[in-house]
Design a protein around this ligand. Structure first.
Ligand code: FMN
Length: 320
């Protein structure tokens, strides 16, 4: 069985250094950028390249994995103009966000707020599709609804009718936030009403979860979010499983090397902001230690440190 594996956009986590690192570890066919918020202005080339440096590399991460550019907004014309601008600046694929639950974006009718209005979802998507060259695929990512699933199928149909190439479904409503379990039972009926591939997303944290998901639906693709932050080799594990193989999970030593590399990459990525690499490494360690409990003492030490040199030294010398 061959399926597409995509790295989920996770605002504040899957920035360019993380996308670069995770695609180097491997297993991904594609990544999606964190959302770029579209209001009434047309983003400049500088902004596009700052948010998505992959655009200067033919729209790909350093190891050649396609980085799809995700837009979030509610005005069809502004969305269309910015999508065209992203493409003019190097984007090779565009994705539209219909799932973000953040109050700041929902207040302006962006993200999950649109799930109450399939007709507007259609107009936005249709307009964006019209603004893009034919060879640039347009995709969308949605939740099931705002507070219930009454309009789930209408939303999915609206996006499919607007000619998207693939639909990713995070199988929760907005008010479910990230509470388990994701409602995988919705994948099959959604797949039924859309005539395009469905990418299943939500609560795939292990190969076992993936195998359970395979019993719900014949999969075209999956998107991995929080699971990959906890297990950076999860996509590789799933790929091996698809070939009836198993691979050795990353060892503690592998993880230490990955952390050192990540820290270095974040330092290089933001040379004028010392706080950025420090915040990023602390944030990722907090997530990784959920899977690699031997990292707890490292997390405790790094949490107290405030300089790049001290953290780098600790990452190089730490033994559990
Ligand atoms: C911190 C965080 C930030 C997220 N940012 C985005 C985003 O920018 N765009 C988007 O479409 N989804 C975003 N999501 C949702 C994820 O892409 C994904 O749909 C969700 O986490 C469920 O998948 P998972 O169970 O594999 O994590 C975010 C999720 C988290 C936890």
């Amino acid at each position: 069985m061959s399926i597409k594996i995509i790295l989920a956009p996770m605002h504040g986590y899957t920035d360019a250094p993380m996308r670069d690192l995770l695609t180097q570890i491997g297993g991904f066919d594609e990544v999606v950028s964190e959302f770029v918020r579209i209001t009434h202005t047309l983003h400049s080339r500088r902004t596009w390249l700052k948010r998505i440096p992959e655009l200067a590399n033919n729209g790909k991460t350093a190891n050649g994995t396609l980085c799809c550019v995700q837009l979030l907004g509610s005005d069809p014309i502004c969305m269309a103009e910015n999508a065209a601008m992203a493409v003019a600046n190097g984007a090779k694929k565009i994705d539209l966000n219909f799932g973000c639950p953040a109050p700041t974006v929902n207040k302006h009718q962006g993200g999950a707020a649109l799930l109450d209005n399939p007709e507007l979802m259609f107009r936005i998507t249709h307009k964006v599709r019209q603004s893009l060259p034919e060879n640039i695929p347009l995709t969308a990512k949605m939740r099931l609804g705002i507070s219930d699933t009454e309009k789930t199928l209408d939303c999915a149909r609206a996006l499919s009718d607007a000619n998207i190439a693939e639909l990713t479904v995070h199988a929760r409503t907005k008010i479910q936030q990230y509470n388990p379990p994701a409602q995988w039972q919705w994948f099959a009926p959604i797949q039924e009403v859309i005539k395009i591939p469905l990418i299943a997303n939500g609560d795939i944290f292990s190969v076992q979860d993936f195998n359970r998901l395979c019993q719900e639906i014949t999969l075209s693709g999956i998107m991995l979010g929080r699971g990959i932050l906890r297990k950076p080799d999860l996509a590789l594990q799933i790929r091996a499983n698809l070939k009836q193989q198993t691979i050795k999970p990353l060892s503690y030593t592998d993880i230490m090397q990955i952390l050192q590399k990540f820290f270095r990459q974040t330092i290089d990525y933001s040379p004028n902001n010392q706080q950025y690499p420090i915040a990023r490494i602390k944030q990722w360690l907090a997530v990784l230690k959920q899977e690699y409990c031997q990292l707890q003492p490292l997390f405790n030490s790094v949490s107290k440190l405030t300089t790049i040199d001290d953290i780098e030294q600790t990452l190089l010398t730490f033994t559990p």
